[in-house]
Write a protein that binds this ligand. Structure first.
Ligand code: FES
Length: 245
């Protein structure tokens, strides 16, 4: 009774096992692991089934692809798809750019073509105009009221009126009347002109030009710049180059 309850007591092998062990040769005992019946043929290791070795010519189902294989193929497929996506996006981008450039070129061409339908028009002041009544002018003074509007000075002396065109005879600048110095002075190269319009200093080669000046029907002074008189040609003595009052 004490042996059955004491777990530390070594158990005796079973009678069958002991007899088998007694009848077995040492080689057999060594070849068969414990628990294998003595004298029986040891099982051969089963080779993995392949398509060629499947019994009856039945092909075995292909082994599932390992995670390693699928894991290597997935990034490659992703890269291919990504490359396709990039190239597609690039194609769309450059197509859009091309269309935008083409549209801009067409628009600018259309604008330029339309521009030709409207010729350039220069709005110049009229060549013939009225400058008021003779009584509005003081003898001995240069009237500068009409320079900006019509480009002329109206000068009154003791005999009458003449209209000087405000264009320098050197290179075409617009001189200024300097009352304190009693002369016209060109700001470009320094040409000077007397009150009569005759040049006396600077590079101007000839006097200022005069415009036709007459009395209109209503009694106002009428100036016509389309008719000019040049001193060097002796034209200042012509009628209508000077208005006598
Ligand atoms: S343009 Fe008047 S001096 Fe040259």
């Amino acid at each position: 009774m004490a042996d059955e309850k004491d777990p530390s007591t070594p158990k005796e092998p079973a009678a069958g096992a002991a007899s088998a062990a007694a009848g077995a040769t040492p080689d057999t005992a060594a070849a068969h692991p414990a628990g294998t019946a003595a004298g029986s043929t040891p099982p051969l290791p089963t080779p993995p089934m392949t398509a060629a070795s499947a019994p009856g010519g039945v092909q075995a189902a292909p082994a599932p692809r390992s995670n390693a294989a699928t894991g290597a193929a997935a990034p490659a497929a992703a890269k291919t798809a990504e490359a396709d996506g990039v190239s597609r996006r690039g194609f769309l981008k450059w197509t859009t750019v091309g269309w935008v450039a083409f549209s801009a070129a067409c628009t600018s061409g259309l604008v330029a073509s339309t521009r030709f339908l409207f010729p350039n028009v220069l709005f110049e002041p009229p060549q013939s105009f009225k400058v008021g009544f003779p009584s509005e002018y003081t003898v001995g003074e240069v009237d500068t009221r009409w320079k900006d509007a019509y480009g002329v000075w109206i000068v009154r002396n003791s005999d009458g009126f003449y209209a000087l065109i405000a264009v320098c005879t050197h290179l075409g600048c617009s001189p200024n009347w300097l009352a304190a110095e009693n002369k016209f002075k060109c700001p470009c190269h320094g040409s000077g002109f007397y009150k009569t319009g005759v040049n006396f200093e600077g590079p101007a080669p000839r006097p200022l030009e005069r415009a036709r000046i007459v009395l209109s029907d209503d009694g106002q002074i009428l100036v016509d710049k389309s008719v000019k008189f040049q001193a060097e040609k002796g034209e200042w003595t012509k009628e209508e180059s000077f208005l006598k009052v």
